[in-house]
Design a protein around this ligand. Structure first.
Ligand SMILES: CC(C)(COP(=O)(O)OP(=O)(O)OC[C@H]1O[C@@H](n2cnc3c(N)ncnc32)[C@H](O)[C@@H]1OP(=O)(O)O)[C@@H](O)C(=O)NCCC(=O)NCCS
Length: 198
């Protein structure tokens, strides 16, 4: 069964969104910072991967891998001494994949402000540890409009990524390298040892 929107009772193996929601808080210590005193983006990414795994593994009750990470745009920097809070929720599930939405905020105690750092989406896939093949995950029980809309957006993003992949591969096949080399004259680069064919 893939959908249960009309029935009163959800199938027994389906799980609610809130049953796998996770919150993770971490204080930003000096060893996380770069020379400018700002926290490395990689530290935040690592925390995001950790919370995405926790949410996906809680939903599927099994081992998962990170299949992809949607674009991550940091809209505010994070300073040492701030408390970073990550909130994760399984938005969408397919057969074996789960999209986990993650919101990251940072609290600056000294100035008494909270900043939105970024919102991103991780796709996690449930895996059989012996065969390494993807395996089915339980369906999601959607209990309000917000959860329904997040599920629809997750499905939309999955389709968008598949379409993008197809389009990119066809553009790659059509790429004319000699023509592109000519166009480098207009780019912000200097070709030191040009190939005679350029
Ligand atoms: C992710 C992985 C299991 C997918 O393998 P695959 O052969 O494409 O598996 P399948 O064809 O069975 O697809 C499984 C699901 O993953 C999804 N998927 C596969 N590649 C994906 C990608 N790049 N982005 C998002 N979803 C992806 C598919 O859409 C499918 O979803 P569905 O079952 O909900 O419809 C495999 O590529 C893998 O193991 N990658 C390494 C993961 C890893 O080690 N991550 C940590 C990096 S350090």
């Amino acid at each position: 069964m893939t959908s249960s929107s009309q029935s009163a009772e959800a199938p027994h193996n389906f799980r609610s969104v809130k049953s796998s929601q996770v919150v993770l808080k971490e204080l930003m210590i000096p060893s996380y910072a770069n020379f400018g005193g700002k926290v490395h983006g990689g530290i935040i990414l690592s925390l995001m991967d950790k919370i995405a795994y926790t949410a996906a593994a809680t939903h599927s009750r099994g081992y998962c891998v990170t299949a992809s990470v949607d674009s991550v745009n940091f809209v505010n920097s994070v300073n040492v001494g701030e408390l970073v809070t990550l909130m994760a929720s399984v938005n969408y599930v397919g057969r074996s994949s789960m999209e986990v939405g993650i919101k990251v905020v940072s609290q600056d105690f000294k100035r008494g402000i909270e900043k939105h750092t970024n919102t991103s989406y991780f796709t996690m896939v449930a895996i059989d540890e012996t065969t390494r093949e993807s395996i089915p995950v339980p369906g999601l029980i959607l209990e309000n409009d917000k959860e329904i809309e997040r599920f629809i957006w997750g499905k939309f993003r999955k389709q968008y990524k598949l379409d993008y992949k197809k389009q990119f591969h066809s553009m790659q096949d059509d790429l004319d390298m000699s023509r592109e080399k000519q166009k480098l004259l207009n780019e912000n680069c200097f070709v030191k040892s040009p190939n005679k064919s350029v």
